[in-house]
Design a protein around this ligand. Structure first.
Ligand SMILES: [Zn+2]
Length: 301
């Protein structure tokens, strides 16, 4: 049994045995390596073409697979040549197929015949697809070669050269005056920093005025928010007019606070506090401060 798992028996000694495979007296490739001492490995080999077996004269189709004995029989330059020895499944006769690196194909060497179904272009007036002999290479068509050269020259002139010039110009522009670039960037940064600082000062002022905690986010002032605030104020006024006048202000306030909950309630209460002293057709009190970055509209973060 091959050692597939990581079970180490009690009498296993790493110093003595080295590995589980040697402990069990097995090759890492298992039964496929049973003839490894003769240089033979058993592999699964698929017939690359149709053959007739010499012993039983049966036709065996391309793609039939055998447990073949693979061995190295030589080399073409540095590429090894392998032989695959297969046993016919119909008659138990052996046949052998070798690789042919020179022609990038397989050849039957023993015990069978290959069914010749190959189209040979050279025999039919064409050129060989896999020509190994440089002296037999097809002649170069002079017109085609010329056309290729002219095309390449035109491409260089119309596409490559202008693009290179563009890139060169761009690089020159970027490297021309580093001080000016740095100056521009730092100037922009300083301006943005000033705006940010002013916004923070204004926000802090609003927080201090209404005693808000630091974790409440203030929104930037804009027309939509102002419209919404005015609309809510009008609704609140309508509601107050509809209510009976007997109730006190504090009671009404707490009722409206409990009606709306959470952040919305806080927002409405602040809006009421802000706008309650305004005339009924108010000029928006924040319109003059539109340049100011802060706002009275508050949203809990
Ligand atoms: Zn056979």
């Amino acid at each position: 049994m091959q050692g597939f798992n990581k079970y180490y028996p009690p009498d296993y000694d790493g110093e003595k045995h080295g590995s589980l495979n040697s402990y069990r007296g097995k090759h890492a490739l298992g039964d496929r390596a049973r003839k490894i001492d003769q240089g033979i490995l058993i592999v699964r080999f698929e017939l690359p073409f149709n053959i007739w077996v010499g012993h039983c004269n049966a036709h065996i189709g391309m793609g039939v697979r055998y447990n073949a004995e693979k061995r190295k029989i030589g080399a073409y330059y540095t590429t090894p040549i392998f032989a695959f020895r297969c046993k016919c499944h119909l008659c138990a006769g052996w046949f052998e197929i070798q690789t042919d690196p020179k022609n990038t194909r397989y050849v039957v060497t023993e015990g069978a015949r290959q069914k010749d179904e190959e189209w040979d272009p050279a025999e039919n007036g064409g050129f060989a697809v896999h020509e190994n002999d440089p002296t037999k290479a097809p002649p170069i068509d002079p017109l085609a070669a010329l056309e290729k050269t002219v095309e390449a020259a035109t491409h260089t002139k119309t596409v490559l050269a202008p693009r290179l010039e563009q890139l060169q110009e761009h690089a020159d522009r970027m490297r021309a005056d580093p001080y000016a670039h740095s100056l521009r960037v730092r100037k922009q940064f300083r301006a943005e920093k000033k705006v940010d600082a002013a916004r923070k000062r204004a926000d802090d002022a609003v927080r201090a005025k209404f005693a808000l905690s630091d974790d409440i986010a203030l929104e930037a002032d804009n027309d939509a928010l102002r419209e919404e605030a005015l609309r809510e104020l009008e609704q609140e006024r309508e509601r107050r007019r509809a209510e009976p006048p007997a109730l006190g202000v504090g009671v009404r306030k707490s009722a409206s606070m409990s009606a709306s909950s959470g952040a919305a309630g806080l927002k409405a209460a602040l809006l009421r506090n802000t706008y309650s002293k305004l005339p009924s057709k108010p000029k928006p009190p924040l319109s003059g401060s539109s340049s100011k970055p802060s706002s009275l509209v508050i949203r809990r973060s």
